[in-house]
Design a protein around this ligand. Structure first.
Ligand SMILES: O=c1[nH]c(=O)c2[nH]c(=O)[nH]c2[nH]1
Length: 308
């Protein structure tokens, strides 16, 4: 195809990139999840859309997105590969002008949260494999007898998700409120926490890190959550309750919204099985849990990335 000026359309493809699909299997109390980032692309004779603005052979990327979510329910995700084959095959049926379809899937791997009394991990609380970093900010001020040392330890980007055991109801409403109350939702966050030591004498800081992390995970898993705020408070209480030398802990927790997909237009029910993991905006829930007698933090928090 040429417009007579020696300039022609070369290779092309189109699709919907980065569909964030979370499939929850909840047929038994022991839930399973598949958390995917799915990109689709169709190739073939789509010249008319480029050269003539003619869409008749174009299966909209919006339809491709809908198929991605509908197939998470209809076909399921027994493996990313089988799900991707099903999708790509479907696109070739739905779009006769396509000569090929490519579906790329990234899967985010979640492990069950380890909790006492639940061999093999918690039934519906998960922690993402390998995302978190351990942090510390140490401030030393002055010299000699006046020298002071402050230690703030922390963790960053600890991703946790629970598929039930979370609600959000009874909130203030005004003329701009559209949010529907939910008595069962997916709740997920990427947790950042920093804890200030009143002193670290005799503390095994590696063991303490592991313990604080585990206290946070266990509290997240086992606390029935009426809001992320309540969960943060429970985590803070658990940490301070087991670590007498921690004076305070500060949390920053983006509420990573999981939006239930409406599969009704495709004749499918969705009983908490297929979610869109929305990227932004997100609620940002932040809280400090402290001892009443925590004392003056001095320079511990100066210029530390933490909320006020
Ligand atoms: O746990 C939550 N806390 C909120 O403050 C809030 N606000 C909101 O819209 N959803 C939620 N969820």
């Amino acid at each position: 195809m040429t417009d007579g000026d020696g300039i022609v359309l070369g290779t092309n493809q189109y699709g919907k990139a980065e569909n964030r699909v979370v499939r929850v299997y909840r047929d038994t109390p022991r839930h399973r999840i598949r958390d995917l980032n799915v990109s689709t692309a169709l190739r073939g004779d789509f010249a008319a859309a480029h050269t003539d603005g003619d869409q008749r052979d174009i299966l909209p990327t919006d339809t491709q997105k809908n198929t991605v979510f509908a197939y998470a329910k209809e076909v399921g995700v027994s493996s990313p590969e089988e799900y991707a084959v099903a999708l790509a095959t479907r696109f070739l049926v739905a779009a006769p002008s396509a000569t090929g379809a490519q579906v790329s899937v990234q899967e985010y791997v979640w492990d069950r949260v380890e909790v006492d009394g639940q061999p093999g991990g918690h039934d519906h609380s998960f922690v993402r494999r390998g995302t978190e970093t351990r942090t510390c900010v140490v401030t030393v001020q002055g010299r000699g007898a006046d020298q002071r040392v402050w230690v703030v330890s922390g963790l960053q980007d600890l991703l946790v998700l629970k598929t039930t055991g979370s609600e959000f109801r009874g909130y203030l409403r005004d003329g701009y409120t559209t949010l529907e109350e939910v008595d069962d939702r997916v709740m997920a966050t990427s947790l950042t926490a920093r804890w200030r030591w009143s002193g670290t004498d005799g503390v095994d800081l590696d063991a303490a890190y592991a313990s604080v992390r585990q206290q946070c995970l266990a509290a997240y898993a086992t606390t029935y959550s009426r809001a992320l705020q309540e969960t943060l408070y429970a985590m803070g209480r658990a940490v301070l309750g087991t670590h007498p030398q921690i004076a305070e802990i500060r949390f920053s927790a983006p509420n990573k919204h999981h939006v239930l997909c409406d599969l009704g237009p495709f004749g499918l029910t969705n009983d908490g099985e297929v979610f869109h993991a929305a990227d932004r905006p997100y609620g940002l829930i932040e809280a400090t849990v402290t001892r009443e007698d925590a004392g003056d933090p001095g320079e511990a928090w100066t210029a530390v990335p933490a909320f006020a």
